[in-house]
Ligand binder design. Structure first.
Ligand code: ADP
Ligand code: MG
Length: 452
């Protein structure tokens, strides 16, 4: 079965490329689908004047697009509010053939992790509002809480909640089309669509895929910062879905106003519900660990769980990592995970192993990717503005995150003097204090370094 909205969306996509932008925006895009009667699509215009213009100038284009995508639909009729009473027996869902290249290519399958459900999400003061609105959205997608914007620090359960919504909707409303993606996933897909110059349909397909959804979830939207082309595309996708009452769910590590993106996107995010997740209190942290132990079928004493919950206060993922470490370490050495000596050894080992993760290379790679510059240029000699700033940021990050001697950093950056390194460090360090945009950029890159 194909739904009316899907039919109209596909026709819109197909028509968009065939008529002038003005004609599309002013006339075609203001029509709304009313239903299907036999082989005819009925569209409503907002006024008689609009109807006349569409009838005279755009109807043929719409018809052409329609027959291309849905070969069995042959005619289009434009009506206005006055005609509504005279028409009956319209279908809003029909079983009609779809030309193969327009068939849906979104995968409703296994994009959600099964273990992330509402059932095993522990609710405490710090997350009860977010959990409640997520539940409401899962019960009734596309109605009251739209768009839903959830924000909170790293490892506090944002992704868990999104998957919980996805899992529930999949179970209760399997007919809904959902897509979960990170903002990086969205960007990469868009770039691929844009790069594929040989195939004009790729971009069309990209749009079609996103705009035919019932539920769109974008995780870690903060990484859309500094990506103007992507923001533009996202803005349009967002509007289309929003206007069609489709559910949009967005997660971020900070509130909309602090994301380094276009104003109009921030404004859009703020039109719905914004829910934050704060770090949980000690009791909730222990309750979460207990839940994880049940999932793992491990019995770990409360004294060990309390120790973990006291050591790690702001990141559940890290807390879980520490628990896993204790369990695997104890089985590795053939000991008991409730023996405090073993626990202490495991923790020492855990803390050492975390230190190794960040290297100069890693910082350089993430900086290059963030600013979209080549590594060879970043560590090279060139002094133009586009490269100097990323280079200084990178140097600052290295001095901030590692204890590498300045001379060694200088060597890494093409044999620069240590005073140059010092200068870069101090400059950015000042910027971070005085310039909110730069402070945000630094935070973004650090997040990437720590969370990949
Ligand atoms: P975020 O997306 O906010 O960075 P995640 O959703 O990936 O964080 O959560 C990190 C880990 O912590 C996951 O394994 C998740 O199951 C767990 N977690 C976070 N909050 C809770 C909670 N309230 N109850 C149970 N597990 C939680
Ligand atoms: Mg996440």
């Amino acid at each position: 079965m194909v739904k009316l909205n899907q039919i109209w969306n596909n026709i819109l996509l197909e028509t968009e490329t065939k008529v002038s932008t003005l004609g599309y925006d002013l006339y075609i895009n203001t029509l709304s689908p009313v239903g299907i009667y036999k082989d005819r699509l009925i569209l409503m215009a907002e006024s008689r004047a609009l109807k006349n213009i569409v009838d005279n100038k755009y109807k043929d284009a719409i018809k052409k697009s329609m027959s291309k995508v849905f070969p069995s639909l042959v005619d289009v009729e434009i009506i206005t509010e006055d005609d509504v009473d005279n028409i009956t027996n319209l279908d809003t869902e029909v079983d009609i053939p779809v030309t193969e290249e327009y068939m849906d290519d979104t995968d409703p399958g296994s994009q959600f992790m099964e273990q992330y459900t509402f059932n095993n999400f522990v609710v405490g003061k710090s997350n009860e509002y977010a959990a409640a609105v997520c539940k409401a959205v899962a019960d009734n997608p596309g109605s009251k809480y739209n768009p839903l914007f959830i924000w909170g620090g790293v490892g506090l359960g944002k992704t868990h909640l999104m998957h919980a919504i996805g899992n529930q909707i999949r179970r209760t409303k399997p007919e809904l089309k959902m897509l979960y993606t990170s903002s990086a996933g969205f960007t990469n897909e868009l770039i691929e669509a844009l790069l594929d110059n040989n195939n004009v349909d790729t971009k069309k397909k990209f749009r079609k895929k996103y705009r035919s959804l019932d539920v769109l979830m974008i995780d870690d939207i903060q990484f859309l910062a500094n990506k103007e082309g992507t923001q533009e595309e996202f803005f349009h996708t967002f509007n289309d879905l929003y206007l069609a009452n489709k559910q949009i769910i967005i997660c971020s590590d900070r509130p909309p106003k602090e994301i380094n993106i276009e104003e109009r996107l921030k404004t859009r995010f703020a039109t719905g519900i914004i829910a934050d997740i704060q770090p949980p209190n000690l009791e909730t942290r222990i309750a979460i660990l207990q839940k994880k132990c049940i999932e793992k079928k491990k019995s770990v004493d409360i004294k060990v769980l309390s120790l973990i919950a006291e050591k790690i206060t702001t990141n559940i993922r890290e807390m879980e990592g520490m628990l896993n470490r204790i369990i695997s370490y104890s089985s590795l050495v053939g000991g008991d995970c409730n023996d405090m000596n073993i626990v202490n050894d495991a923790l020492r080992d855990y803390i050492d192993s975390k230190k190794e993760i960040i290297t100069i290379d890693r910082i350089v790679d993430e900086t290059c990717e963030y600013f979209n510059v080549e590594k060879s240029a970043l560590v090279g000699k060139k002094k133009h503005k586009e490269i100097v700033f990323p280079r200084q940021v990178c140097i600052y990050l290295i001095t901030d995150l590692l204890s590498t001697p300045l001379i060694a950093i200088g060597e890494y950056f093409g044999g620069r003097d240590h005073t140059t390194i010092m200068h870069a460090r101090d400059k950015i360090s000042d910027d971070v204090k005085n310039n909110a945009t730069i402070a945000t950029q630094i935070k973004d890159i650090k997040d990437r370094i720590f969370n990949r």
